[in-house]
Write a protein that binds this ligand. Structure first.
Ligand code: PBG
Length: 323
């Protein structure tokens, strides 16, 4: 027997479920990351990320138009240069791979926001995110100057938003200053403020050829065990002038996303990284999980945790599912 005044749960039809849903993912929330490799006529499959490719800049006009036609508002660009050196010179050349890509994309689909990842790991021969000192340690302050040069060269080539991902201290401030001094006051900075030293970047490093040739990134990326540190990192970047901040990876760090969303009022992005993508892809290829359902549930969870913007390799599929 039920007690007479028992609490009642809402019985849901599909329509009622839609009416009372608390979290919605919209195509406007999505950013699609792209790997751009120097060369021509390239569309190279990435083994560790089935369904993702390395494109050469000449392939981008068509691709950019397709992405824009899906109403995905933004892409995030990563460059894979032909030449690497100790200081990442190819990251800030006028005709560098990202700079070429930006011109092609802005020509073909000016409404598509081009966000550029600013970091040196794809451009240094040692694969670290900064410049090394004579002891082989990343030198924070020597790196700042180069990063601001990279950011400026992206802005000059047409970047709409600059996203520093290197995790050097003080980079947001110095990039803001150099953008402002050169007439790019209007270009926002989306800072990878809370970036963990995560094993889930593995497939990306294969995709971008950016694995460090020695050591790891634990000296400058965050310890997965820490959350107070995340608050501090976010506060510093906002103080230095970040317009939007990011937590990365996403799904293993939903608690961090929630805390940052509650604590700070700047727009918040979360990055569903390469390893999160690869896990879902691998399980679905084996028939152990169902892909579309995984995509929708994981991205809804990231939104529910408090992210405004979701950067995801699933963006094109999601746009289809949401249409
Ligand atoms: C650094 C950068 C990385 C990712 C985005 N920017 C790799 C790293 O820090 O090692 C990882 C993104 C992903 O795994 O999808 N340039």
């Amino acid at each position: 027997m039920f007690p007479e005044n028992r609490p009642r749960r809402l019985r849901r039809t599909d329509t009622i479920r839609r009416m009372v849903r608390e979290t919605r993912v919209h195509v406007d929330n999505l950013v699609y990351p792209l790997f751009i490799k120097e060369g021509s006529s390239l569309k190279e499959p990435i083994d560790t990320m089935p369904g993702q490719f390395r494109y050469s800049p000449d392939m981008l006009p068509k691709l950019a138009k397709q992405i824009a036609a899906q109403n995905i508002p933004a892409i995030l660009l990563f460059g894979i240069p032909r030449k690497k050196d100790a200081t990442g010179t190819s990251a800030h050349q006028k005709d560098g791979v990202v700079q070429q890509a930006l011109r092609r994309i802005k020509d073909a689909a000016p409404e598509l926001m081009a966000i550029t990842d600013v970091c040196l790991c794809e451009y240094t021969d040692h694969g670290h995110c900064g410049i090394l000192d004579d002891k082989g340690q990343v030198s924070n302050d020597d790196t700042l100057e180069v990063l601001s040069t990279v950011a400026l060269s992206h802005a000059k080539a047409g970047a709409d938003i600059i996203a520093p991902s290197d995790m050097m201290d003080g980079r947001v401030g110095i990039i803001r200053e150099s953008l402002d001094e050169n007439g790019f006051e209007h270009i926002p900075i989306l800072s990878y403020a809370v970036k963990y030293a995560s094993t889930f970047y593995g497939p990306f490093r294969e995709a971008a050829g950016s694995a460090p040739s020695f050591g790891d990134r634990k000296g400058y990326q965050m310890d997965p065990a820490n959350v107070r540190e995340a608050m501090r990192e976010a506060a510093y970047d906002i103080e230095e002038g970040a317009d939007m901040i990011m937590v990365k990876p996403a799904l293993p760090y939903l608690d961090v996303i929630r805390l940052i969303a509650d604590e700070f009022d700047s727009p918040l992005a979360a990055y569903q990284v390469s390893g999160e993508y690869a896990m879902i892809k691998a399980a679905c290829e084996r028939g152990w999980l169902s892909e579309d359902a995984c995509i929708l549930e994981s991205v809804t969870a990231i939104r529910r945790a408090g992210a405004d913007i979701i950067i995801s390799y699933f963006a094109p599929r999601l746009a289809e599912l949401l249409a």
